[in-house]
Design a protein around this ligand. Sequence first.
Ligand code: S3P
Length: 426
Amino acid sequence: MITRIEKISSVSGTLVLPGDKSISHRAVMFSSMAEGKSGVINFLDSEDIASTRNCFQQLGAEIKREGDELTIWGCGRNGFRKPQKNLDAGNSGTTARLISGILAAQTFESVLVGDESLSKRPMKRIADPLKKMGADLKLTDEETLPIIFTPSSNFHSLDYTLPVASAQVKSAVLLAGLFNRDYTIVREPFITRDHTENLLGLDVEVENSLRIIRVNENNYPTPKEYIVPSDISSAAFFIVLTLLLKNSEIVIKDILLNETRTGILTVLKLMGADISADNVKNYIGEPFGDLIVKSSELNNISISSEIVPNIIDEIPILSVAGLFAEGKFEIRNAEELRYKESDRINALVENYKRLGVKVENFNDGFSLEGGVANKSTVLDSFGDHRIAMAFAVLSLLTEKEIGIENFDCVKISNPTFVKQLKSISR
Ligand code: S3P
């Protein structure tokens, strides 16, 4: 099916977006692990989080939903039960990689599966350290899902330096480390999102640019009330739209402002964006506040390699900002984009080509130059929610009709995207 979003001339008003995806996953997981009753307020009600909820319900957690609040009765350290069928992570890499750290430590067998896209994504990155911890797990010959976990009689701690900038890999090892008396140490040469550390209250030492994180059984989660700030990655689409439309100004309430996630704001501000934060608060180590965004003239800048892990989910929409900014947009050192819900470098390059933009495709990124051709076009989301929303924003910035195939996948991270957009459209 092809979706076309109605053209608008400006945006204004206030947006209240759903809860952050990364924090929602972790809040559901840690509540399910803790023994007793926890609450998750403003959780993200999307397909990815439904995958996490379903997996933990199968493991024995009781989860009740009322409005935007979940009440979870968790199972405790030895309380998970053998699932009756395969655990299905759906489209969600975070579910699959984080739950693997937990399943590797259990005393029952389990099988973890995913949808077609997730079943192509690399799992060796988590299997390697978990095997080093003594886990007994088997992947396909392509080192992908399904993974079969068998109880290990020799599950132990690990001192591990992350070979890839991935919060999911870091978190898989840290969660596995919760099941051992000895300390597991993760050394991180790159800065990736640190919600696992914050929500578990882990010890983090910084030595030069190396982050050293320690975890053992004493860090096992206890029941809590989680308040989930609104998702900055979902906000990024509305931020870029506001910046690029004329006579526009919006306020986005209670957005997560954790420094490992605000790279998109840093880059856009360096490009000339008028974005400010107000009412900044902090809850369980996670800062959040209101963002005020106004129409701006943008210029492309050189994007440093260090900030790439921090903006990895926002690169699709950042490229839209770059296309309409002065000068050439170029992103490099971003090979990880190839291992997301789609190969995002190919998905972006293919769609920009269809739009008549001059594109260069590199192994680790791409560049864009020149404007969009004056013709109607149909683009493809490649089943990837962030590609769908990035081009939905772009479609509002051109005169010609732009349709998007397979737009439905936005339900992975923000089922309310179109409704939210309508609420600020003028
Ligand atoms: C996530 C980590 C990132 C990110 C994903 C969510 C997380 O993936 O792209 O959307 O919640 O830990 P990687 O760890 O593969 O970089």
